[in-house]
Each structure stands twice: as structure tokens, then as C-alpha cells.
Write a protein that binds this ligand. Structure first.
Ligand SMILES: Nc1ncnc2c1ncn2[C@@H]1O[C@H](COP(=O)(O)OP(=O)(O)O)[C@@H](O)[C@H]1O
Ligand SMILES: [Mg+2]
Length: 261
């Protein structure tokens, strides 16, 4: 069994009628580094959030490591780690304390938690600042800390939503090297990014989403050939943008998050 993520005909309609995901199907193989690209509003975060059960799907099927999200969400929860967009940090907890708390939430034994914290702090190079409030970290440190948090329970699949957005090139390189190391150790990684260079550098295979659908998929090499493009950015520009008005349409939709005036 080499397929670790299996998604079929996935749909999401938010209250108010925004059809964020409209029939998405794909597979990710064990150990693969899979990239999810697409313009803002394409539905990347929604798709990813449905895969880790943070957002409830409208229809379709999701299987992770052979477990269906409909019947075995708990099993999936144990196997996935995630660092999503827009998570807050406790103002008065140190990085070590937050890692300990997360370990306990996953019912890990204290000794196992301590051992894992030690190895994760080393991996993300935060050993020296582990006892500082995490809320005082720089952007790059925050992202590395988020990464450590998502790994505390030794997941087999890691979901990262724009892990390097807003980081300077040094901080980005550091995250890349940590992700490469994790992938080398056998971890399956599913990542969204707006950086074409990041996808080219890291990903074995890439899917591009636009308007709630996957518009193309393949290795970088396959994509260049298929779309007669000289780089990934050109593939991106050629395959997306038809739904650029979508975001505005969705903003105007009479959903509960829009104030009527
Ligand atoms: N919680 C939500 N409620 C209603 N609409 C949402 C919500 N989250 C996202 N959307 C809408 O769903 C669409 C896809 O958004 P998203 O999945 O965040 O795209 P991406 O991550 O590709 O930028 C957008 O039109 C967005 O406005
Ligand atoms: Mg997003």
C-alpha cells in the first residue's frame, strides 16, 4: 500500500454559498513531497483543512493511510501533523511548555515527550531559545516552532499551509533544509506555497488549483513539457487566472461573513 493520501471528488460549499472546492481528486504516495499551488482563493487551504478534519467536507471521500475521514477521523488525527495559516500563540508560554502541552494532548508519555522535544528543538535549531516565550520569536523562529509543534506526535504525513510566507530568504532556506531532512527520513509532506522556486526546489510532484479545481498536475518536468513552458511560473500563469474574478464574486456573496449595508 503505497498511497497515503487518497482524495476523490471532494467538494466544499461554505455557509452562504461559496463553492470553495469543486470536485477535487488526487493521490499522494508514501514518502512523496507534494506541492499544492494556485492563486489566492483557489481553494488550497480549504482542501488542506478538510484533509485534516479542521473543515467539514460537503461531499467526496478522503482516505489517509487507508483510513476514511468519515469513520476513522481519530486514526487520521494520530497520523497527521499540521501547521496552518493564522494560528495564534499563547502570550505567556515558552516554546518548551507549548511542546509539552501538545505532547500531552496526544497522550504521549512524559519521557517520550521530553525525548521528542529534545530532538525537535535540535532539528529546527531552537535549542537556545526553548525557554523563552514563543510569542517573542521572530517570524522565522515562529515558523520553525510551528513546524516543531506539528511534529511532536511523530506523524507520518505533514501538512503545511504556506510555511514560508512572509519570511526573509535566510529564514526560508532554513525551513527548506528542515523539510528536506524530514522528507529524507521518510515523511510524506503536503505543502502549499506561492513561491514557484520553493515548489521547484522541494516538490516531487505538484498540483495547481484554480477556482476550486485542479487544473494540472505532475512533476515539474512533466508540467514544463505539457504546457510548453520554460519554468514553473509560466505553467502557473498559463493554467490559472481564468477565475481571477472569483474572489470578488465570493466577497459579494450574501454569506454570514458579509455585512449588509
Ligand atoms: N471560513 C470560510 N467561510 C466562507 N468562505 C470561505 C472560508 N474560508 C475560505 N472561504 C472562501 O473559499 C474560497 C477558497 O479559499 P481558500 O481555501 O482559503 O483559498 P486559498 O487557500 O487557495 O487562497 C475563497 O473564495 C474564500 O473566500
Ligand atoms: Mg490559503
Amino acid at each position: 500500500m503505497n498511497t497515503i493520501i487518497e482524495v476523490k471528488d471532494l467538494y466544499k460549499e461554505y455557509p452562504g454559498g461559496t463553492k470553495a472546492v469543486q470536485g477535487v481528486s488526487f493521490e499522494v504516495q508514501r514518502g512523496e513531497f507534494f506541492g499544492f499551488l494556485g492563486p489566492n482563493g483557489a481553494g488550497k487551504s480549504t482542501t488542506m483543512n478538510m484533509l485534516v478534519n479542521l473543515v467539514k467536507k460537503t461531499s467526496g471521500s478522503i482516505k489517509i493511510d487507508g483510513f476514511s475521514i468519515d469513520t476513522d477521523a481519530d486514526e487520521i488525527y494520530k497520523r497527521v501533523g499540521f501547521a496552518m495559516q493564522e494560528v495564534g500563540l499563547d502570550e505567556t508560554a515558552t516554546a518548551r511548555e507549548m511542546l509539552q502541552l501538545h505532547g500531552r494532548l496526544y497522550h504521549m508519555k512524559p519521557a517520550e515527550i521530553e525525548e521528542q522535544i529534545k530532538s525537535l528543538l535540535k532539528l529546527v535549531e531552537l535549542e537556545k531559545v526553548a525557554d523563552r516565550y514563543a510569542s517573542t520569536y521572530s517570524g522565522g523562529m515562529r515558523r520553525r516552532f510551528d513546524l516543531a509543534l506539528s511534529l511532536i506526535h511523530k506523524p507520518s504525513v505533514l501538512f503545511l499551509d504556506e510555511p514560508t510566507t512572509g519570511l526573509d530568504p535566510h529564514a526560508r532556506q532554513l525551513i527548506w533544509s528542515h523539510l528536506r531532512e524530514l522528507n529524507k527520513q521518510g515523511m510524506t509532506i503536503f505543502l502549499t506555497t506561492h513561491f514557484m522556486e520553493e515548489a521547484e526546489e522541494l516538490c516531487d510532484r505538484i498540483a495547481i488549483m484554480d477556482g476550486g479545481k485542479i487544473v494540472t498536475e505532475g512533476t515539474v518536468e512533466q508540467l514544463l513539457k505539457k504546457h510548453k513552458a520554460k519554468n514553473l511560473e509560466e505553467v502557473f500563469l498559463k493554467t490559472t487566472g481564468s477565475n481571477i474574478a472569483n474572489e470578488e464574486v465570493n466577497l459579494k456573496a450574501s454569506d454570514p461573513y458579509t455585512r449588509n449595508r
